[in-house]
Every structure is written in structure tokens, then in C-alpha cells.
Design a protein around this ligand. Structure first.
Ligand SMILES: Nc1nc2c(c(=O)[nH]1)N[C@H]1C(S)=C(S)[C@@H](COP(=O)(O)O)O[C@H]1N2
Ligand SMILES: [Mo]
Length: 505
């Protein structure tokens, strides 16, 4: 019986493809825009000199990207085969290849616009797959090498393992694609949607304090912070959406999407913030929301006066209980269908979410909302309240220094400080800045259309050479001065004054 050379290269290729499949599927399931492979292709495009890229586009037309992906895929297959062959000499050499490939993938992913920690997950899943599958295949091959007399039987083991890996890879990639396709479909419906009564407006000019480096008064949708408990974002077609309002009401109501948007539309600028926002943090944004006022909807239903909350449930099963008062008083609490003049982005709750001025998101801002049960706090428990967070979640008065940044070097002399402050549904009366524990200096404030948004502030302060500590505080229209007492976000929102260190020279 002649000994055949073990198919080392094949094992490498199979392991490599398995890793690509799981990383692709992970990206699809997490609804990350691009798989690591495509991220690499995009990075190559970005690093390609403009003239060369233009020539490639003129030759290949719109096939330039698929062509590039195919070329990278071929290169990868060659590398996979090489990694496989290295395994004949020991386990660590192929491992180095996998690590190097993963590092390249991570680099490409990190280079993408707005990349976050989640975007690394598909690469790590792919890396783990590479190493696990490859070592399983190497194992099978080694056993076969050690016992040549049993070669045909051991070979069967290898073929079986390899077959399972191949089938599983295809299955995983197809499943991932399927999930991704659902999202693409909804994304297409979303883009085509024109909602009557939804308008696009520039922010009023007076809302800008005109200082570079201060967060824009209107937060663009793609820069708006994202917080939710989902892994894959719910993808709901508007025709499939409905909302049931029930519980302590005389008449129940089931609304379809078209029922909802046929009602009178309200549009207002509202700041949304997260209870987990640290002092000085970025879990806050300001957008123009369009939707239907909840007060109008509830008014027709005969709400039991004994009800004190509305238990909201999202499509993915997340819940929160919102004080009914905030949904029925004169503020613009709404079922929002649009954000900054466009249908809600999928990750911000498409097709319908709740927005309530003055309350943190965790007790009010249900994305993908599908059920409202008028109830009592005694009978209702929201997702975060159940985990020990406060039952009521009014937004605390807050202020932030955006410019200069902590750690910046500035020129000694007159320095302009600027930032944002909010005391939602009450309003900010003043903002003050203090250098090195000295006297508090009043900042100038930009305008706001209502008390439900943040306000930009700025102040020019004389700063001597040296290191300085600068703090900011807001004073509310109710006379409340923001406290300097430091408290963690848990259970009802952080307190303390945003403080930065700068060096003037
Ligand atoms: N379905 C659902 N809605 C949700 C959440 C969630 O986890 N699931 N998180 C809430 C929290 S804690 C906040 S701060 C806001 C954030 O909204 P955004 O991601 O649109 O900024 O959504 C709220 N709505
Ligand atoms: Mo939140």
C-alpha cells in the first residue's frame, strides 16, 4: 500500500473558508454593514491612489468592487492553503498565519467610519473558527499519518470532518445571508417610504453658538448614540407592524402603520439621553422627531383614572413602564416615525418608536414598539427597573465641556470654552464655568425652540500659563443648580460636574 501525502493544503483551505463563513454570518446577524472581507476590500480601495482607482473603475465599471473582493478571496485561498501546508511542520506556524490574517481584518474593520467594538466581533469569531477547525482537521490528518496501516479508515474520518466543516460553512453563510436579506428588504422599504406630514428642517440658526468643536445642535442620525439590548436589530416591514393599546382603558385600539400615519403629525426638536451617560459622556443627542402625540391617542380611549403608567413592549420583547402623566400632559410625547426628517433608521426603532421629552430612554423611548398597556406601577415592571434601576427616570440637569478637550494644550490668554447643557422639560437658565476653583463665570447661551432640547453655551476666559482644571455647571429655569456631588449612573442617572484638565502655554 502506498502512503499518500496528507492533504494539508486542503485542510487549510477548509478551515479558512469555515472562518470566512462564520465571520460573514456574524456580521450579517449583528447587522454590521460589511463583513470583514468587504471591509478589507474597502480599505484597499481607500488606500489605492486615486488615479489608479479611477482607471480600475473606468475599466471594470460598477464591477470594480466585486472584482476586488474576488481577487482578495483568491489571495486568501492561496494563504489558507499555505497555512495548511505549514501545519505539516507544527501547529504554531499556521496559527501565526491565522493571527496575521485576523489582525489585517481587524485593522480594516477599525478603519471604517464609525467603527465600534462590536465590529471586531465577526473577525474574532472567524479567528476562533480558523484555529478550532484547523486543529480538528490537523488532528485527523496526524492520526492518519501515525497509523498508515489504517489509512483508508482514518482517511474516512478526515473526509467526514472535512465534509461536515464544508457543509456547515455553507449553511452558516446562507443562514447569515438570509438574516441579512431581511434587513436589506426592510432597508429598501424604509428608503422608499414617504410619510405624509414629515418635513425636513434645518435647525434654527440661533441654536448655534458658533464655536467650533461644540457638538452640533442637531445630531445627525448616523452620529446619534445607540443603546439597546438586541444583538440582531428587529427588521419590521411597515405593513407588518401594528400597535395594540389596551389595559385600563374603556376601548382597546389596534393601529396599523397606515392608521398611525393618517393621524395628525407632530414635529418637534427633542433631546434624548441615556441614564447610563457618565458626566461629560456622549450618550445624548438632539433630533427633530415626527410622529403622533400619545396624548391625542390616549385621549380617545377612556383611560381609567387609577392608571399611573403605560407598560411599553417592543418587538424584541424589551419593556419599560412610563409614567402616564408624561404621556398625557402638554409635552410632545409621541409615537415617532421619523428622525431628522427621514423614516427612523432601523437601529433607532423603525418603523415606530416612542420619544418622551424629559425622561431617560430606559423608561420611555421604546424602539420597535408594538404594545402599550395602560396599567399601574404596582403591576408593571420594565426591563431595567427589574434590574434595580429607578422606577421613575426624569432626566437630571447636566452640562458638558466640548471644547477645549481634556488634555489639550491651549495658548495662554483668552480661551473660548464651549459645550452643551440640558435640563429637559424645565429649561436651562444659565451655564457657568470655573477655572481652578475660582469664581464662576457666566457663559452666553444660544437659543432653543423649546425647553425640551439641549442648549449650546460658550464663554471666553482669561487663562494664565500653566496647568488648569476647568469645571462647568448648569442652572435650571427652576432655580436648581447642578450639584457637584459625584454619583454613578446607577440607579437614576449620574451627577457631578464635568471637569477637564488643560495646559496653557
Ligand atoms: N426595544 C428597545 N428599545 C429601547 C432600548 C432597548 O434596549 N430595546 N433601550 C432604551 C434605552 S436605555 C435608550 S437610552 C434609548 C436609546 O435610543 P437610541 O438607541 O435610539 O439612541 O432607547 C431605549 N429604547
Ligand atoms: Mo439608556
Amino acid at each position: 500500500m502506498t502512503t499518500r501525502r496528507p492533504p494539508w493544503a486542503l485542510a487549510g483551505v477548509l478551515a479558512g473558508c469555515a472562518g470566512l463563513a462564520t465571520s460573514y454570518a456574524t456580521a450579517m446577524v449583528l447587522t454590521i454593514r460589511e463583513s470583514p472581507l468587504v471591509a478589507v476590500a474597502e480599505l484597499v480601495i481607500r488606500l489605492t491612489p486615486g488615479s489608479l482607482a479611477e482607471r480600475a473603475i473606468s475599466v471594470l465599471g460598477h464591477l470594480d468592487k466585486p472584482f476586488l473582493v474576488a481577487v482578495i478571496l483568491l489571495l486568501l485561498l492561496a494563504l489558507f492553503a499555505w497555512a495548511g501546508r505549514l501545519a505539516a511542520r507544527g501547529w504554531w506556524q499556521p496559527t501565526l498565519v491565522w493571527l496575521a490574517l485576523a489582525a489585517a481584518g481587524l485593522g480594516a474593520v477599525a478603519a471604517q467610519r464609525g467603527a465600534g467594538v462590536v465590529d471586531a466581533v465577526p473577525v474574532l469569531v472567524g479567528l476562533m473558527t480558523w484555529i478550532a477547525v484547523h486543529s480538528a482537521l490537523i488532528d485527523a490528518l496526524r492520526r492518519e499519518q501515525r497509523r498508515p496501516e489504517l489509512e483508508s479508515r482514518e482517511r474516512r474520518v478526515f473526509v467526514m470532518v472535512a465534509g461536515v466543516v464544508a457543509v456547515a460553512s455553507v449553511g452558516i453563510a446562507v443562514a447569515g445571508r438570509f438574516v441579512g436579506a431581511g434587513r436589506r428588504h426592510v432597508e429598501a422599504s424604509r428608503r422608499l417610504l414617504r410619510i405624509p406630514g414629515v418635513t425636513r428642517r434645518e435647525p434654527p440658526a440661533a441654536t448655534s453658538i458658533g464655536v467650533a468643536g461644540v457638538a452640533t445642535w442637531q445630531t445627525p442620525n448616523e452620529d446619534f448614540y445607540l443603546i439597546d439590548t438586541t444583538i440582531a436589530k428587529p427588521t419590521i416591514e411597515p405593513d407588518e407592524w401594528s400597535l395594540r393599546i389596551h389595559g385600563m382603558v374603556e376601548r382597546e385600539l389596534v393601529l396599523s402603520y397606515s392608521d398611525l400615519v393618517a393621524r395628525r403629525m407632530t414635529e418637534s426638536w427633542i433631546t434624548l439621553s441615556c441614564v447610563s451617560n457618565e458626566v461629560g459622556g456622549g450618550l445624548v443627542g438632539n433630533a427633530r422627531w415626527s410622529g403622533v402625540r400619545l396624548a391625542d391617542l390616549l385621549a380617545g380611549l377612556g383611560v381609567d383614572p387609577a392608571a399611573d403608567c403605560v407598560l411599553q413592549t417592543s418587538h424584541d420583547g424589551w419593556t419599560c413602564a412610563t409614567p402616564i402623566e408624561a404621556l398625557t400632559d402638554d409635552r410632545d410625547a409621541m409615537l415617532a416615525v421619523a428622525m431628522n426628517g427621514r423614516p427612523l433608521p432601523i437601529e433607532h426603532g423603525f418603523p415606530v418608536r416612542t420619544v418622551v421629552p424629559g425622561l431617560y430612554g430606559y423608561v420611555s423611548a421604546t424602539k420597535w414598539v408594538v404594545d402599550l398597556e395602560v396599567s399601574t406601577f404596582a403591576d408593571s415592571m420594565g426591563y431595567w427597573t427589574d434590574k434595580g434601576w429607578s422606577e421613575l427616570g426624569p432626566v437630571k440637569i447636566a452640562s458638558r465641556i466640548d471644547v477645549p478637550r481634556s488634555g489639550d494644550d491651549v495658548e495662554a490668554g483668552q480661551v473660548t470654552f464651549g459645550g452643551v447643557a440640558w435640563h429637559q422639560h424645565t429649561g436651562v437658565e444659565a451655564v457657568e464655568v470655573q477655572v481652578d476653583g475660582g469664581s464662576w463665570q457666566r457663559a452666553r447661551l444660544a437659543a432653543t425652540p423649546s425647553v425640551d432640547t439641549w442648549v449650546q453655551w460658550a464663554v471666553d476666559v482669561d487663562v494664565a500659563e500653566g496647568d488648569h482644571e476647568v469645571r462647568v455647571r448648569a442652572i435650571g429655569k427652576d432655580g436648581q443648580t447642578q450639584t457637584s456631588v459625584v454619583r454613578a449612573p446607577d440607579p437614576d442617572g449620574a451627577t457631578g460636574l464635568h471637569t477637564i484638565g488643560i495646559r496653557a502655554s
